[in-house]
Design a protein around this ligand. Sequence first.
Ligand code: ZN
Length: 228
Amino acid sequence: MSEDAADELLLRLRRFQSDYFPLHQQRFQDLVAEGQHPKTLFIGCSDSRLVPYLLTGTGPGELFIVRNVGAFIPPYDGSHGLHGTMAAIEYAVLTLHVERIIVCGHSHCGAIRAAYEGVPEEAVALQAWLKLATEALLPVQPCAEAMRRTEQRSVVLQLERLMDYPMVRREVEGGRLTLHGWHYVIEAGEIHIFDVRQGNFVPASLASSSGTGPYQPYVEHDGQIISD
Ligand SMILES: [Zn+2]
């Protein structure tokens, strides 16, 4: 067996450059010449079944992506810890000036399950990290329905934490940034979008927007909630 045949990953790297790259060469070179100007910060779970570019029909230069276990947002406590997710949020908002932030959880999330069931003792960082979902947990046995609800509650919880970031709150309140809470149902291929007006998640096929998060400015008028 040749080395190449044994190293499938190496073959794929070569295939990218020989087959895919030529089709998009100009786009990549423009992105180098002009720099990146993505309008979206996508914060998603690390789960391998969640594929942001496929879901959103986007390509190079369109998504600034940060992924972590569970798609969690660390609390903004000003402690200046070494935190990649916090750094990415600051960079996306203050330097890239993104127009939207998507927080994307998903069905069958191992992080949410682990938040209920625990992780190996040696995984000390993971244990601490999973506490970021604690407030979303339900006082029930984690059946399928409870898991789905917890996954969705976690998305909303993370959006709330995002609003504690001063630069996020400022941009959202100024109408320059929107927050989108998504729950991806892997087996159905459908995103469910958090609708702040209804207070629940609506399938993309029925939703009126891709989500404006819980803090899009709105006013109540004559019993109706009207977009500002
Ligand atoms: Zn997950």
